[in-house]
Design a protein around this ligand. Structure first.
Ligand code: VGL
Ligand code: ZN
Length: 229
């Protein structure tokens, strides 16, 4: 693997959407809006590819507690069976309705400099499965539809993926873990992400889950980013 350069590096901004931001977001992450300036700074770096994702759920998505009678968001979970292979399951936490397609909640926040983006990818569109990762849902054997992000990164010759956005402990973590497992050298930028569990232990756990597969948590002023400025 060659070191990061502008030509071989991509920026992935995860789910910086109204519903994940205070004060009105349906699933607001504490401090979520505060990372916009750091992310706009990152967008000034000449990455070969700058993409943003949007969580983009149909109104009856399986991850919504409202779709399961007697279940409560943030506390109850639901076990999903792969539509393609009944032996494969996914247990996921249930959420308040959020990022419903074609509602204001699913829009990228107005602070984000969207004119600097090359690509916006929608995920979580299949009502049958949860899909935290920008790469696609977890059932891959055989796959439910993938998002196309892996193909796009490969087509652009990307070797290094820098991940930021919301939420650290769910979609950012899943995307970073997938990126590392798909063979990219992967970084998460600390000042440019926030977690739903914003406690020290929540952050430590997210970090450990990512570092276990080789993801590096870096800082904005670190050497890794200096290499591509
Ligand atoms: C997310 C919970 C549900 C995220 C998306 O973007 O981290 N979290 N859907
Ligand atoms: Zn979601």
């Amino acid at each position: 693997m060659s070191p990061p350069t502008p030509e071989n590096s991509a920026l992935a901004i995860i789910d910086l959407q109204n519903d994940f931001c205070p004060p009105h977001g349906a699933l607001a992450v504490e401090g979520g809006r505060d990372i916009a300036p750091a992310i706009n700074k990152l967008l000034e770096i000449p990455f070969a590819l700058k993409l943003a994702t949007r969580d983009f759920h149909p109104p009856n998505h399986i991850s919504f507690a409202s779709q399961h009678s007697g279940k409560n968001p943030f506390v109850d979970s639901h076990t999903i069976t792969s539509p393609k292979n009944e032996k494969e399951t996914q247990t996921t936490l249930l959420w308040p309705d959020h990022c419903v397609q074609n509602t204001p909640g699913c829009e990228l926040i107005p602070e984000l400099n969207t004119s600097a983006l090359d690509l916006v990818v929608e995920k979580g569109t299949d009502i049958r499965v949860e899909s935290y990762s920008a790469f696609g849902p977890p059932f891959r054997n055989p796959p439910v539809a993938m998002s196309g992000v892996d193909t796009t990164l490969r087509k652009h010759g990307i070797e290094h993926v820098f991940v930021c956005g919301l939420a650290l402990d769910f979609c950012v973590k899943s995307t970073a873990v997938d990126a590392a497992e798909f063979g990219y050298s992967t970084y998460v930028i600390e000042e440019a992400t926030r977690g739903i569990d914003c406690s020290d232990s929540g952050r430590t756990k997210a970090r450990a889950d990512m570092e276990k597969v080789g993801v590096r948590v870096i800082r904005l002023d670190g050497l890794e980013l200096a290499a591509i400025r």
